[in-house]
Design a binder for this molecule. Sequence first.
Ligand code: FMN
Length: 287
Amino acid sequence: MGKTLLGICASPRKLGNCELFVKEIFKRMGDGWELRMVRLPEFDIKPCRACYQCLFDQLCPLKDDFLVVLNGLADADAYVVAAPTYFLSANSCLKVFLDRGLQFYAFMDRLWAKPGAAVAIAGIEGKEGGAKRDVESFVKLSLGDLRGSAVVYGALPGEVLLSAATLKIAEQLANAILDPAMRQKPAGPVCPICGGDTFRFVDTARARCMLCSGTGPWEFKNGSIVFNIEPGDHPIFLTKADALGHADWLRGMKDKFLARRQELKEVVKPYLGMGSFIESKRRQEKV
Ligand SMILES: Cc1cc2nc3c(=O)[nH]c(=O)nc-3n(C[C@H](O)[C@H](O)[C@H](O)COP(=O)(O)O)c2cc1C
């Protein structure tokens, strides 16, 4: 039986750059692969309500399409996520989906180490903001094996197909998905822990990797910046044990909350009724 590549396309545009680039990758996967696509904005995926029920073997109370997409991902042999840059980040529907990801832990066996690639599309060269990290984060947090990632430029639908360099990236990502030995090699200074290349300087001596959240000193070595990031004591996706441990830690918060409930109730009391909330249309119509 053939294998399935799932293309998760966060753009609403039909035959837009995200969709086309996913298809470019698929074209290079060779025989024996079938392409399944998800156009994420077409699905009804509601924002997480932070009830944490899904961590305790209960179904998410939100009735929508989240599980349709998650099952599609769990069934696939590999996946590519492609998101357009909107206002210097990956567009919002990707994050709305990711925010429901406490449910990923219940799918651990079907998701862990699934080969994945991440693509951020930006219309203006250099104006991708944090979109590359956003799509990388999507693969890491959905428990996949991030084999490669890229920013690809193109504003008008179809423009990504016009650059030979961009098509080469599609080939590299297809190869990386097909063969772990072909996973992307760092092209510049990266986090030694997770391969991320987006950092925040936490003070004058230390930087934090915005993908794995590891922190450590940075230095100049042979004319290049080197990030000596360490994983810290709460890595969340570097190994399967980390991911399971993080899920357990989250479950443990329930008992911590119950133990401190009275104290927390007291501390929030003075804020009850402070200010007035602007009402949504839905709420106004209910009154
Ligand atoms: C609301 C909106 C905001 C955008 N913001 C950015 C941006 O911050 N940086 C950028 O380079 N391109 C930006 N773009 C351009 C898109 O990223 C670009 O057109 C991309 O090719 C869209 O991918 P698609 O064809 O798959 O929809 C924006 C587009 C829209 C609609």
